[in-house]
Write a protein that binds this ligand. Structure first.
Ligand SMILES: Nc1nc2c(c(=O)[nH]1)N[C@H]1C(S)=C(S)[C@@H](COP(=O)(O)O)O[C@H]1N2
Ligand SMILES: [Mo]
Length: 326
């Protein structure tokens, strides 16, 4: 059998060689903007490089944005530059390095049907634009901490996950909410790699899904979600490592069985179901004590539950036997 690659790699590998891809990109941008006289065509090209959002086709939901910010969600640090948060991405469907912006253009975001199934009163399917009309949309400032130790702070647009749960009317026996990314190798070349357990899957307990902080993001920086960030809808659970925040969701399944996530399926000894941020619990191969905000030259201390302990610690008080931080 053909094994293309060894097994202890992936997320970790980029932790070891962090921002090289991004730095190259930045040099490219500098070069493009540096010339004083630019022909019209190269001017257009350089603005595409400088702002990948411009390089995407118009999003039919664009008129909904920007949304009113909910000031209850505050940051303790500056907002990450838009250009960094929208060009330095993890999206394995489009490749394992961080520079997947141009590959992600293959993602077709309309029509986009979202299925809600499993232990619900009535299974349903709803198009993204109908869903956006039904949900209470707002903007929130959230931190994001990748297990690889880079971090960012961004304004997400979207709605509380609990609003979707309410619409779904789960049965009383439902214990977990499983969320899945689309599976279509024609628009996601990475999915041709059969060593990964596609589709990307994540899950939360019902208590987590109903927590105020659990958010479905449909935009960022006051605009519809760029493809590379997980258009047209992705999860944002800021007290957990970034891999929990599954992108480009097509299915929400209510179930009484704990979902097995993509990363658990690959390497259960390193990536678990809970994945709550804790600076004192090291990943088996590196420390989680500090992090590097995108765009910063210095590492800063990582906080318990990524700074959201006050809001979420209670969710876990009766779960001491669980591996909550992996
Ligand atoms: N479908 C899917 N969702 C995903 C991933 C992925 O590879 N595929 N990567 C995860 C990881 S590891 C992180 S850190 C965040 C990155 O989100 P961003 O690119 O918007 O910063 O998306 C998460 N969601
Ligand atoms: Mo991540």
């Amino acid at each position: 059998m053909l094994i293309k690659r060894k097994r202890s790699w992936e997320l970790p590998e980029s932790a070891a060689t962090p921002e090289s891809a991004y730095l190259n990109r930045r040099q490219l941008m500098k070069g493009a903007a540096g010339g004083t006289i630019l022909a019209a065509s190269s001017l257009a090209a350089s603005s595409l490089i400088a702002n990948p959002l411009l390089a995407q086709e118009a999003d039919p939901s664009a008129k909904l944005y920007p949304l009113k910010r909910n000031d209850a969600y505050k940051l303790d640090r500056p907002v990450t530059q838009e250009r960094l948060a929208t060009t330095y991405n993890n999206f394995y469907e489009y490749g394992t390095d961080k520079s997947i912006v141009s590959d992600a253009r293959k993602l077709q975001i309309r029509p986009w049907m979202v299925k809600i199934d499993g232990m619900v009163e009535k299974e349903m399917e709803i198009g993204i634009d109908d869903l956006l009309v039904r949900m209470p949309l707002e903007e929130r400032l959230y931190r994001h901490r990748c297990v690889e130790t880079w971090s960012m702070a961004v304004p997400w647009s979207g709605f509380a996950l609990k609003s979707l749960v309410e619409m779904a009317k789960p049965q009383s026996g439902a214990k977990y909410l499983q969320m899945q990314t689309f599976k279509d190798a024609r628009m996601a070349p990475g999915q041709r790699d059969f060593l990964y357990p596609w589709p990307y899957t994540e899950g939360l307990t019902m208590a987590e899904a109903n927590h105020d902080l659990a958010f479905i993001a449909t935009g960022i920086y006051g605009k519809p979600m760029p493809k590379q960030n997980g258009a047209p809808l992705r999860l944002a659970v800021p007290w957990k490592y970034g891999f929990k925040s599954v992108k480009s969701i097509v299915r929400f399944t209510f179930t009484d069985k704990r979902p097995k996530s993509f990363w658990e399926g690959l390497q259960a000894s390193e990536y678990g179901f809970w994945a709550n941020v804790n600076p004192q619990v090291a990943h088996p191969r590196w420390s989680q004590a500090t992090e590097k905000p995108l765009g910063s030259d210095e590492r800063v201390p990582t906080l318990l539950y990524n700074g959201y302990a006050e809001q979420v610690a209670d969710l876990y008080k009766d779960l001491k036997g669980e591996r909550l931080f992996m």
